[in-house]
Design a protein around this ligand. Structure first.
Ligand code: PEP
Ligand code: MN
Length: 347
């Protein structure tokens, strides 16, 4: 259920609704918007009696949500969410660029890539400290040593650090040394990890599972939000299909599809979405053209020596050219507005 306050409702009126929700043992999620505040309710197993809220001062309407999700929807928040991270934002007017190597491999590699990333004007540096690898014998990331390097990069280049948490204790470390918690495709339905990230103050970048439907992906975001963390960024990174010419099939239609349902920002990862460096720039252009709020791109100073995902890594000069091109596309792309919202059925 969702309670929409009148545009001029007083703060005390909103507080009174929030308190009542708590008193009946449920969890309120107030979302202030440009014109009105809406309050989502979670924690109920069955339907909540709408009528107890209907006559409270300041309440405009009480809506029974019939979709499987409650908090990610435009019904709760008609304006797009802008996730703010330090000096940067994802979901605002500026195209957000998150770039860096697949994994932190050494001080020299990470610094060379960070320099290229900073030079391009990007505000986010990515790099795995722990890597989720298909084979237990493949490079698993530098672990603690990787943290030392990434901490130095954060300081030296003033870039916001995006790195993946493979398990719950990793979230504690990212909270100390990083800026954005990445949850990878393989962990999109690791519900304990989603809940832990939902209790964090840091934004969460949630990648689409490689076999996840749009609904499953959005419900994973809902897990994070239900714990009180509303700063979620969705990342389309492709799904597995019968196509053999790419590592994954980058489902760019998910970008406008999400826009119709959700206020959350969505970015595109053309690196994992294709698996081949020569396809990364064309798909990055397409991602920006379909209205993505940003891109995640893998870059390596020596792709031929990379310990993971070298085939899809761009060199610094290829990356710089990509950035010039996508910025030009962004200039002429009208962001897809959220006006095409789907109405929630009212019971
Ligand atoms: C990554 O970003 O390096 C990664 C492992 O991505 P994904 O979870 O999308 O496979
Ligand atoms: Mn990778």
């Amino acid at each position: 259920m969702l309670i929409v306050m009148k545009p001029g409702a007083a703060a005390q009126e909103t507080d009174a609704v929030v308190n009542l929700i708590q008193e009946i043992g449920l969890r309120p999620h107030p979302m202030p918007g440009a014109t009105r505040t809406a309050i989502g309710i979670t924690g109920n197993q069955g339907p909540v009696d709408c009528r107890r809220f209907e006559n409270l001062p300041g309440v405009a309407e009480v809506i029974r949500v019939t979709k499987p999700y409650k908090l990610i929807t435009l019904d709760l928040r008609p304006e797009k969410t802008v996730v703010r991270v330090g000096n940067a934002a994802i979901g605002g007017n500026e195209l957000a660029i998150i770039a860096g190597p697949c994994a932190i491999e050494s001080h020299d590699q990470a610094f060379a890539v960070a320099e290229a990333v900073q030079k391009s004007g990007a505000r986010f540096f990515r790099g795995g400290v722990w890597k989720p690898r298909t084979s237990p014998y493949a490079f698993q990331g530098l672990g603690e040593k990787g943290w030392e390097i990434i901490t130095e990069i954060r300081k030296a280049f003033r870039l916001n650090i995006v790195t993946e948490a493979l398990e719950e204790p990793h979230v504690d470390l990212i909270e100390q040394y990083g800026d954005v918690i990445q949850i990878g495709a393989r962990n999109m339905q690791n519900f304990a990890l989603l809940r832990r990230a939902g209790r964090s103050q840091l934004p969460v970048l949630l990648k689409r599972g490689m076999a996840a439907t749009l609904e499953e992906w959005l419900l994973a975001a809902e897990y994070i939000m239900a714990e009180g963390n509303y700063n979620v960024i969705l990342c389309e990174r492709g799904v597995r299909t019968f196509s053999q010419h790419t590592r994954n099939t980058l489902d760019l239609a998910s970008v406008p599809a999400i826009r119709r349902i959700s206020h959350l920002p969505v970015i595109v990862d053309p690196s994992h979405g294709t698996g081949s460096a020569y396809m990364v720039t064309p798909l990055a252009r397409a991602g920006v053209a379909v209205g993505a709020d940003g891109l995640m791109v893998e870059v390596h100073d020596r792709p031929e020596l990379a310990l993971s995902d070298g085939a899809q890594a761009l060199t610094p000069s290829e990356y710089a050219q990509l950035i010039r091109e996508v910025r030009a596309i962004r200039e002429v792309t009208t962001p897809i507005a959220n006006e095409s919202r789907i109405e929630t059925k009212v019971a």
